[in-house]
Design a binder for this molecule. Structure first.
Ligand SMILES: CSCCC(=O)C(=O)COP(=O)(O)O
Ligand SMILES: [Zn+2]
Length: 207
């Protein structure tokens, strides 16, 4: 099997799993997986599609600038520049972006601080934080309508081969060395967000 087909199938499987969690509401979300380093080529979701459906037109191959490599009617995701930033700056192999109610509410609650921090939570180990007092800090950036500006600010927070950034009242983008790691990090983040919201709610109702 060619690298392209194998990466296509890997990304399609991840897309199905995230769809099963209902993380692609209203055609939101976009996914990317690296196919080659030299030259940089990656598969990215086509823009505006219902990502819960599996079709032969779900992804297209783009270059390091996010431009389609072959003639196609498909448009790369409107947010392809964020995936470009990840693949240009790191050795990551996969980058996932989803909108969920939990990640949007957390981004609004903590948006004024520009970050949200988690400590004494087992699941921060997904980010290789093993010390008992370790903290996971996720930056929260402004939701610039101008995608190059969004990608610029996003890029300032890409400091390792794995990471996560919240975009205020928009969604989260995570990346990791491969599809398995990126999905693990995304699930860990969503767990932490849901926990935090449940805790705030429980405390408000605690007599
Ligand atoms: C309808 S959601 C608005 C665009 C967005 O934020 C998103 O994640 C999906 O855009 P795409 O171009 O990747 O379909
Ligand atoms: Zn989005």
């Amino acid at each position: 099997m060619s690298a392209l087909v194998s990466k296509w199938n890997e990304l399609a499987d991840i897309k199905d799993e995230l769809a099963a969690r209902d993380w692609f509401m209203g055609t939101s979300g976009n996914l990317a997986i690296k196919v080659s380093c030299e030259p940089l080529r990656f598969l990215v979701t086509a823009s505006g599609k219902d990502k819960r459906k599996r079709t032969s037109e779900d992804f297209l191959l783009v270059d390091r600038d996010g431009k389609a490599v072959e003639e196609t009617q498909l448009r790369p995701s409107a947010e392809t520049l964020l995936h470009c930033a990840v693949f240009q700056k790191t050795a990551a192999g996969c980058c996932l972006h989803v909108h969920t109610v939990a990640n949007n509410v957390i981004s609004e609650l903590y948006g004024v601080d520009g970050k949200v921090t988690f400590q004494y939570q087992e699941l921060i180990k997904a980010f290789d934080l093993w010390e008992e007092d370790a903290e996971l800090t996720i930056p929260i950036i402004h939701n610039h309508a101008h995608i190059p500006a969004l990608a610029e600010e996003f890029g300032e927070h890409i400091q390792a081969d794995k990471g996560a950034v919240l975009i205020r009242n928009h969604g989260i983008t995570v990346w990791g060395k491969d599809g398995f790691e990126a999905k693990k990090l995304l699930e860990a983040c969503e767990f932490l967000f849901q926990y935090q919201l449940a805790l705030i709610n429980a405390k408000a109702n605690f007599k």
